[in-house]
Write a protein that binds this ligand. Structure first.
Ligand SMILES: Nc1ncnc2c1ncn2[C@@H]1O[C@H](COP(=O)(O)OP(=O)(O)OP(=O)(O)O)[C@@H](O)[C@H]1O
Length: 219
């Protein structure tokens, strides 16, 4: 699987009404071999916005997005297909269904209902929260919710896993566990793109890029 973004431009309107170029001729490439990339950058530099474009959640930019060498169509059906088939996204706010159980939330991540319960249980075990399977999400701590979000993304067996501050709500021990999970993900042949402020998470990735002044700079 390859991802290539070329000449990406995106402008946003700040709260004070001023326009700002968030991405200014940004380039990004993810090669065929499974790899891991950390995107670092100060708060507001656009890490989440970039992940949203890669995830097919934001079609409002100019420039080109090639997925597996083909231009990605920006209509809703194309983008939904990309998200459903190929991309797992662990968002900063988890986006879990609060009134459903942990297991049910993870099952929603499975593209195929057949075998989804067994696979979801496996994913919960991988992130160390099997014991919470029947608990409602609105009863969980931030760190526990984060693990559910990770398990749900893994349940999809995506070709690329995007993670936005995946260890933000976790203590050092839990961060270690998540880094182990990411190692497993990489060994399974899934590429990983992580937006993070954590030097430790970044150091665990094969490549680190910095987002500044609307572009990505190699470390
Ligand atoms: N839909 C939007 N409309 C207008 N401005 C937006 C929109 N989405 C994001 N922004 C602005 O774009 C900038 C980049 O936001 P983004 O969340 O991508 O940054 P970030 O690098 O992920 O920050 P953090 O490290 O704090 O998570 C911010 O100034 C934000 O206010």
């Amino acid at each position: 699987m390859t991802i290539e973004l070329t000449s990406i431009h995106k402008s946003i309107t700040e709260a004070n009404g001023e326009k700002r170029e968030l991405f200014d001729d940004l380039e990004f490439r993810l090669g065929d071999a499974p790899t891991s990339v950390a995107i670092m950058g100060r708060s507001g530099s656009g890490k989440t916005s970039l992940l949203r474009i890669i995830a097919g959640l934001d079609p409002h930019y100019s420039g080109s997005y090639f997925f597996d060498g083909e231009v990605l169509g920006r209509d809703a059906v194309n983008l939904a297909r990309l998200r459903w088939r190929s991309i797992g996204f662990i968002t900063q706010h988890f986006d879990l269904l609060q009134d459903r159980t942990v297991l049910r939330n993870v099952m929603f991540g499975c593209p195929d209902r057949r075998g989804s319960k067994a696979r979801s249980r496996e994913c919960l075990e991988r992130v160390g929260i099997s014991a919470l399977a029947s608990k409602r999400v609105n009863r969980l701590s931030g760190g526990e919710s984060q693990r559910v979000a990770i398990a749900r993304a893994l349940a999809k067996q995506p070709r690329v896993l995007l993670a936005d501050e995946p260890t933000g709500a976790l203590d050092a021990e839990s961060e270690e566990l998540i880094l182990d999970v990411f190692d497993t993900v990489k060994r399974m042949g899934t590429s990983l793109i992580v937006a993070t402020h954590s030097e430790r998470v970044a150091a665990s990735c094969e490549r680190i890029v910095h987002l500044a002044d609307g572009r990505l700079h190699s470390a």
